[in-house]
Design a protein around this ligand. Structure first.
Ligand SMILES: [Zn+2]
Ligand SMILES: [Zn+2]
Length: 244
């Protein structure tokens, strides 16, 4: 029998939160598969939940990671969109049924038989191992092109944290210059919202319970205004006049 691609990753083997080296095999590439050498992978809080079995569904040993950026090393004969050397990304899921109602509308993330990139079950029954590893084999339809002009390490978190913010902003028409955006909380998702908002030409106000976030919001991320949510006076004045 043909052997799969050898891979090495960092796996959680129990709920201690510790990861250790883990050797395994990626599937034998199919005609429409892309083989990717992983260069960077973000750490999403979901990875921590899975590693520590906080949701009770960890499929140990499990390699976390679903904010993956890498370079294509090989493509199957049926792959038309990618070639060796391309810079690419893989996000939270790497396959879906393609025929259900949501798949046919382009909302594959709602597919009832979605295959998650890590801690999922692939259509061949194998547990999916994520991007804290050196190589990935993914169907071409679930691979994204990443512009080489981006910082590749910086681009990795766009694959989950980024799209989580970007998608609703686009869905609800927030990508319009001149609109005002309030971002409550400046964490992994909030800082993305500030950057997207500024890129869309919006006026962005960050609302945080922590005054320590002021410099990061205004200086580093370019927000227009900053409010401390625990300061009742600030919030009251702001309610009347948002940017003064
Ligand atoms: Zn995530
Ligand atoms: Zn589907």
């Amino acid at each position: 029998m043909e052997k799969g691609t050898p891979a090495i990753g960092w796996a959680a083997r129990d709920d201690s939160g510790l990861l250790s080296p883990y050797s395994f095999s990626r599937r034998v590439p199919k005609d429409d598969d892309v083989t990717i050498k992983v260069l960077f992978c973000g750490i999403c809080h979901t990875d921590l939940h899975i590693a520590k079995n906080e949701w009770g569904n960890a499929l140990y040993p499990i390699v976390p990671g679903h904010e993956i950026v890498g370079i294509v090393t090989d493509v199957g004969p049926g792959v038309k969109s990618f070639k060796a050397g391309d810079t690419v990304g893989v996000g939270y899921f790497l396959d879906s049924c393609r025929s259900c109602d949501t798949c046919s509308k382009g909302y594959e993330n709602y597919c009832p038989t979605l295959v998650l990139t890590s801690n999922g079950v692939d259509y061949d029954g194998a547990t999916t191992q994520g991007g804290f590893s050196d190589v990935l084999v993914v169907n071409q339809d679930y691979v994204l092109r990443v512009p080489e002009s981006l910082s590749l390490a910086g681009a990795a978190p766009l694959l989950c944290a980024g799209v989580t913010v970007y998608s609703p902003m686009m869905q609800y028409g927030l990508n319009a210059p001149g609109k005002h955006l309030g971002v409550v909380g400046l964490g992994g998702l909030g800082h993305m919202a500030v950057k997207f908002g500024k890129a869309f030409g919006m006026t962005v106000t960050v609302i945080s319970s922590s005054p320590r976030k002021r410099e990061e919001a205004l200086e580093r991320l370019g927000a227009d205004a900053f409010l401390v949510s625990r300061d009742a006076e600030q919030m009251k004045v702001t309610f009347l006049c948002p940017l003064h």
